[in-house]
Design a binder for this molecule. Structure first.
Ligand SMILES: Nc1nc2c(c(=O)[nH]1)N[C@H]1C(S)=C(S)[C@@H](COP(=O)(O)O)O[C@H]1N2
Ligand SMILES: [Mo]
Length: 340
């Protein structure tokens, strides 16, 4: 993996994410703070000079378009190589437009294209997150306070939906373990339960009983504090768009995408395993653990391969979505067929 060269898009496909990659070092040096970015909705480009919006094609920088004053020097080495963190994949990133227009967010409709059309009714400021349960310091945290406590880090992760498609997404987020440490779990805390906002006026899909609202999810405590587990606040260097679960959503890259609960308003540490929405809907199809596992098929389709969005051929699905080295030890002694 480390000897693979970072993929470069052809010049004809210079897109916002190309500029974004080039800007990554600059952003890191500038000190990343998203606190106020989301307050202006999807339209604010706090990080680096604003030159393009997602969806507009910028002129290729090679074509003589001189970069603005804040653009990093043109002679800078390819960034994806030198700034990849230990958890980052160097695989080609799924274009911003696909990440933000092909979504599962049933609170805004059942089709992949519904959330991008409908999620503008979600009001992401002010936004409070209750952190309670088996903790010594239960509290209600404002999202901007959370961002001030824990400046978001970038993590480039694979995401594998249980429906057998996948993406590579550069998230911005806060390691969940840091928040959990801060509220001091009691010795009884064994699990973490998450709850999405319930407000049918903001989330019109909740007027239909397609799922039990609000959407709920859960992790074992050791999974929740694993360094890969992220509370995402952004992607591609920008505030999270509402359709991707603004202002705060879970990202657990070794599990199927449905574990990545969106628009979280409550995080509760518990002694007992909490209920989870898709398990309640169809317990024979969706388990609590939901670790990506090519050896255990969904009752209605194979999980052995997947379609990477933007690619033509299917590719093999990897155990724990390629994160086995980091997380397989969490499950030693467990039957992963039984605990699907
Ligand atoms: N509240 C809520 N969270 C949710 C969902 C949802 O319908 N509602 N869908 C899940 C599923 S099935 C997937 S694959 C991911 C999709 O995240 P994305 O749209 O950002 O790619 O969100 C997950 N989180
Ligand atoms: Mo999914």
């Amino acid at each position: 993996m480390s000897d693979k060269k970072a993929p470069q898009p052809p010049e004809s496909e210079v897109t916002p994410e190309t500029l974004y990659r080039r800007r990554r070092e600059f952003i890191k040096n500038a000190g990343l703070f998203l606190g106020t970015a989301a307050a202006v909705g999807g339209g604010l480009y706090l990080l680096g000079p604003k030159r393009t919006r997602p969806g507009e094609t910028p002129p290729p920088p090679e074509a003589g378009g001189k970069a603005g004053p804040a653009e990093p020097p043109a002679d800078e080495a390819p960034i994806a190589q030198k700034s990849l963190g230990p958890y980052d994949t160097d695989e080609a990133q799924t274009p911003y437009d696909d990440v933000t227009s092909y979504n599962n967010f049933y609170e805004f409709g059942l089709d992949k294209g519904d959330p991008v059309q409908n999620a503008h009714t979600l009001k992401t400021r002010p936004w409070a997150v209750v952190v309670d349960g088996e903790v010594n310091k239960p509290q209600t945290v404002d999202i901007d306070q959370l961002l001030a406590w824990f400046p978001p880090e970038e993590r480039i992760y694979r995401m594998r939906c249980v429906e057998a498609w996948s993406m590579v997404i550069p998230w911005l987020g806060i390691p969940l373990g840091e928040l959990i440490k801060r509220v001091e779990p009691t010795s009884r805390a064994k699990y973490v339960a998450f709850t999405t906002l319930k407000d049918p006026e903001q989330m019109p899909g909740q007027k239909r009983r397609v799922l039990d609202w609000p959407y709920v999810e859960g992790l074992r405590l050791d999974e929740a504090v694993h360094p890969l587990t992220l509370l995402a606040t952004g992607l591609y260097g920008k505030a999270l768009p509402p359709q991707n679960g603004a202002p705060l959503r879970l990202v657990v890259p070794w599990k199927y995408g449905f574990k990545g609960i969106k628009s979280i308003v409550r995080i509760t540490l518990t002694e007992r395993q909490p209920p989870t929405t898709w398990n309640l809907a169809a317990s024979n199809e969706y388990g609590f653990y939901a670790n990506v596992n090519p050896a255990v098929d969904h009752p209605r389709w194979s999980q052995a391969t997947e379609r990477r969005i933007g690619e033509f051929r299917r590719r093999p699905t990897l155990p724990f979505n390629g994160y086995a080295e980091q997380v397989a030890s969490l499950y030693t002694g467990m039957d992963l067929r039984e605990n699907y």
